[in-house]
Design a protein around this ligand. Structure first.
Ligand SMILES: [Zn+2]
Length: 247
């Protein structure tokens, strides 16, 4: 379900970037707006939502372009869909070697980290500085003139660094989960798939409990999403054909 492309709708936005066809499903905007609404405990100025939608749109597109460019580098073709679960870069044919598939998975988060670095350089070029501190929000910067610019920088750093790191968790079908699955199946064809689902379940449940306790029940959307991922992987483990015929 997670990796399936949604049906085309009349509300779709279609265009192409660097030769890759891109489709934006209307649910993408709805879910992204819902995230902004669920995360705010204070009064939000209306332009905040517009900046948030813009930043998430650009960031997820850059992430998926990372996957698509890597797939093209290994001789494949790719197309991109932004939908309710974020983004999806479909590419074919699957490259032959495990390391190539792993590289394609890692290229998404890597593109996001690169965008965060570019943001830091641009902020630095205007005479400001972003500092890292170990906290839920690890970025501080000398106040940038204008609320909108400050918000855009804050969102860009948050989405590209945090979502990039989240995506690297070994939970299938996140990018880190795909890496884990590819490596496990490479070294243990019989049992690799089952192991990758177990690692997914354990990681997702442990992190859900941690986020729940650490945030005093606040970050419900993150907890729900981790719970959903754990459940989905558990279902895979129980399905009779899933374990016998992995592909
Ligand atoms: Zn990705």
């Amino acid at each position: 379900m997670f990796l399936q492309e949604p049906e085309p709708t009349r509300g779709d936005l279609n265009f192409s970037v660097l030769g890759f066809p891109v489709r934006v499903h209307p649910m993408f905007w709805l879910m992204t707006a819902l995230m902004a609404w669920s995360g705010g405990e204070r009064e939000q100025p209306p332009q905040e939502l517009v900046i948030w939608l813009g930043v998430v749109f650009v960031s997820i597109l850059v992430h998926e372009l990372g996957h698509a460019l890597a797939a093209r580098f290994f001789g494949g073709q790719a197309s991109i869909v932004l939908y309710q679960f974020g983004g999806l870069a479909m590419h074919y044919p699957q490259p032959r070697y495990t390391w190539q598939r792993v590289a394609i998975s890692l290229a998404g988060p890597a593109a996001g980290f690169l965008l965060a670095i570019v943001t830091m350089i641009l902020v630095g070029a205007t005479g400001h500085r972003i500092e890292f501190v170990l906290d839920w929000n690890p970025f501080r910067w000398k106040k940038i003139e204008g609320l909108n610019a400050a918000l855009a920088v804050h969102f860009l750093m948050f989405v590209n660094v945090y979502w990039g790191l989240f995506n690297l968790l070994p939970i299938y079908p996140l990018d880190g989960g795909q890496v884990a699955r590819n490596l496990l199946v490479r070294y243990d064809y019989q049992d690799g798939l089952r192991k990758s689902h177990w690692i997914s379940v354990i990681t997702a449940v442990a992190l859900a409990v941690y986020v729940w306790v650490d945030s005093d029940g606040q970050r419900m959307l993150t907890v729900l999403m981790l719970g959903f991922l754990a459940f989905q992987n558990y279902q895979e483990l129980r399905s009779p054909w899933g374990s016998r015929n992995p592909w």
